[in-house]
Design a protein around this ligand. Structure first.
Ligand SMILES: [Zn+2]
Length: 395
């Protein structure tokens, strides 16, 4: 068997007034998603256990079949792995966003959690400046993709308990004053100091209004591989270091796809080609598309619909065709969490999934891949990490 998981990040949402009460998944034109939902199993999965932060790290961990309550140690170490950076036993890793601030009166607010989406070149120059001026033996900056960069605190665990550091995701405070959300708890003076210094360094080099924001801290996790759990090897295909890293921790190989950028204009065909190339018998491909999540964070309904439609046309269409021509495949279509257009952030709550198997197909069922339809089948995985057992064992 060949197994493909297609994860459209943050696709799930609430009914929208502008869509006459439909959700983006309901309103978008998605013939391929609807084929999967009709011909296969449709249901709901809760990827975010209570008490853990709703977001891609916990959500994708569940989808990889790992219980986040047991294995989640923060998102930054997963991203570090995706970047090829080793997080050693005593290290603490932090996501280091390039951000933009604005002044409102004498208060500083979070203008853009994505720092104006710097190009690779721009991000490279910023990270270099930060590492040269602030970095050293103890703190090291690493370039990731665009605004998503990394700070490693070497030996940080010998100084603070990483669980007592309290940081806020910057996309949760867009347009809000930053004062209340600055680092708190263990090491907070040091971390606030680094953020302040970074702003000065960037400003001094002609980038006024730019700064960094630290969050997503954690230590390197120890997780069992898919090979150990299911005897499966395979490939992870994503533009996002977090998902790559999680895949690599799970024993998958990360395929580099040129032009994969985490945005709406990512290289869809390149991702499908990479999936086809690496799909051999007894392997699994985890294919991730970031665009719907980004559109939701920006509150952009049109862009979210477009992102969902592109996944349908340019990823699912060709992949279904490919699996059908081989007649020995299964595809799990899913999303890692709700990202609300209205809230602009990740939310708790179960999300739709659908499983399509070339071997067993329903006939005369007509339903759509949506929050509403998935609620009506009665199939539900409250512990999201158990969904993969169902996917890999049936058929
Ligand atoms: Zn996500």
């Amino acid at each position: 068997m060949k197994y493909v998981i297609v994860q459209g990040d943050g696709m799930a949402d609430h009914p929208q007034h502008k869509l006459s009460g439909k959700t983006p998944l309901e309103a978008a034109k998605t013939p391929n998603m609807d084929t999967i939902a009709s011909a296969g199993s449709l249901g709901r999965v809760n990827t975010i256990p209570p008490g853990l932060p709703p977001g891609s790290a916990v959500g994708n961990m569940s989808l990889m079949g790992l219980n986040p309550e047991r294995y989640y140690t923060g998102r930054a170490p997963l991203e570090a792995r995706g970047l090829g950076v080793d997080v050693e036993e005593n290290d603490i890793a932090f996501r280091c966003n390039l951000v933009k601030f604005s002044k409102s009166g004498n208060r500083k607010t979070m203008k853009d959690y994505s720092g104006g989406n710097p190009t690779r070149r721009e991000a490279e120059s910023y990270v270099k400046l930060l590492d040269e001026n602030i970095g050293g033996n103890e703190f090291r900056f690493y370039q990731g993709v665009s605004y998503r960069n990394l700070l490693l605190w070497k030996g940080g665990r010998t100084k603070v308990d990483y669980e007592d550091i309290h940081l806020t995701p910057p996309h949760d405070i867009t347009g809000e004053p930053i004062e209340e959300s600055l680092p708190r708890g263990a090491g907070s003076d040091l971390l606030r100091g680094i953020q302040e210094q970074a702003e000065k360094v960037l400003c001094k080099h002609g980038n006024s209004g730019n700064g960094i924001w630290l969050w997503g801290q954690g230590i390197g996790p120890e997780v069992p591989t898919l090979k150990e759990r299911y005897g499966l090897g395979g490939t992870v295909i994503s533009a996002v270091d977090l998902v790559k890293g999680l895949g690599i921790y799970s024993g998958l190989i990360s395929a580099e796809v040129e032009g994969a950028n985490g945005n709406i204009d990512t290289n869809y065909e390149g991702k499908v080609d990479a999936a086809k190339d690496s799909l051999t018998d007894g392997s699994l491909v985890f294919l991730h598309i970031e665009a719907p999540d980004e559109a939701s964070h920006k509150g952009n309904l049109e862009l979210k619909l477009e992102a969902i439609e592109r996944i349908d046309q340019r990823i699912l269409g060709p992949l279904i065709k490919h699996l059908e021509s081989n007649n020995q495949g299964a595809l799990l279509l899913v999303t890692d969490h709700i990202t609300g257009l209205e809230s602009g952030t990740h939310e708790r709550g179960s999300v739709p999934f659908a499983i399509f198997r070339t071997s067993t197909k329903n006939e005369n069922i007509d339903r759509s891949f949506s929050e509403r339809c998935s609620n009506e089948t009665g199939i539900n995985f409250p512990r999201g990490y158990e969904l993969i057992d169902f996917f890999l064992s049936e058929g």
